[in-house]
Design a protein around this ligand. Structure first.
Ligand SMILES: [Zn+2]
Length: 339
């Protein structure tokens, strides 16, 4: 079958739109995943900071991200993927109509291109609106999931107040809702397209400024302890989520009295790529199942600490952590029996 020029052009266009939708879908998925994860961690940080107490926060599971971004949330029951495919189908449809009409009346290429351009622009602004709304939702979802995880009972609406603030958001600003009543679009942002409102945890005695809980009381001694109030988000993230705060190992005393001075370059690099089990290293050094003899080597002596999960080699003279790896099963068996 021979295709005439218009058919050929149409097929090319349709293929282009198809590719466009596919990459849109993929990009959107990536974007929403990042936004969700980011929102969870930032909310956890803000909440802990507000409470004046930082603690370990579990990493967001891939499965939770998937659930958060794939769940249809708007009243029409469509997810972002469906919207993109619908947008695509609509665009192809209009392109087809435009082209058929153009060839039937035999007009030149210029007006056709002009009109197609306009269609693409409409489609583009649809896509942009979609990105804005979906991102706002996923961000909010990340916040609410974290409130749930950290037992925050109430949250407060925070509108961006300027000339562009919508009436609805102007009215909702500073309103406090129970987390259990949170519903996007009604009691939680986004309240409308391009909504810039967000939420913040509402904690009695802190958010309203009636109490001073920034200095936490040690539950055991009853003494007021200093809180790491100036811990930045990055520091918090490395220490409490990724557990790559290698600084926490420095100064640590091993069970046989060696003070850890620093990590070898190799170990620091592994911390950077989050391939270092800091808890395991700490445990091996403080609480070893077995400590090996000092091995004398030309480039520095070495001593092995076999821990429950991690085995560590350190230089007993300099206190440098040379390397670490997961403790093998047979070793674990052998030394655990002896304990
Ligand atoms: Zn708004």
């Amino acid at each position: 079958m021979r295709l005439d020029r218009s058919q050929e052009l149409y097929i090319k266009m349709a293929r282009y739109v198809e590719e466009l939708a596919k990459s849109q879908n993929l990009n959107m998925r990536n974007l929403l995943s990042i936004v969700y994860e980011d929102s969870v961690y930032k909310t956890a940080y803000e909440t802990q900071k507000l409470r004046g107490e930082f603690s370990t926060f579990r990493e967001v599971a891939k499965r939770d991200i998937e659930t958060a971004i794939s769940k249809p949330w708007a009243t029409d029951g469509k997810d972002f993927s469906t919207r993109i495919w619908e947008n695509k189908a609509q665009l192809i449809n209009t392109l087809q109509t435009e082209m058929t009409r153009s060839f039937m009346i035999g007009e030149g290429a210029a007006p056709l291109i002009n009109r197609i351009q306009k269609r693409f622009n409409v489609s583009f602004s649809n896509a942009r609106r979609l990105v804005e709304t979906e991102t706002a939702y996923v961000q909010e979802k990340g916040m609410l999931d974290t409130y749930e995880a950290l037992d925050v009972e109430q949250y407060q609406i925070l509108a961006v107040l300027d000339m562009k603030t919508s009436d609805i958001c102007r009215h909702l600003d500073k309103k406090v809702f129970d987390k259990k009543d949170a519903k996007p679009g009604i009691t939680a942002p986004p309240f409308h397209c391009y909504c810039r409102s967000t939420t913040t945890p509402y904690i009695d005695g802190i958010t309203d400024g009636t109490g001073d809980t920034r200095a936490a009381r040690d539950p055991v001694t009853g003494k007021t302890v200093f809180v790491e109030s100036d811990l930045s988000y990055e520091e918090w993230y490395n220490k409490y989520v990724k557990n790559t705060d290698t600084g926490a190992l420095i100064g640590l005393k091993t069970s046989n009295g060696i003070t850890i001075a620093k990590l070898s370059k190799h170990q620091q690099e592994r911390a950077d790529i989050r391939n270092l089990d800091l808890d395991g290293i700490r445990d091996a050094l403080i609480n070893p199942l077995h400590i090996g003899e000092v091995v004398v080597k030309e480039n520095g002596n070495s001593q092995r600490f076999i821990g429950e999960t991690t085995t560590v080699n350190i230089n007993p003279d300099t206190g440098v952590v040379i390397t670490s790896w997961p403790t093998g099963k047979s070793r674990l068996k052998k030394y655990k029996k002896g304990k």
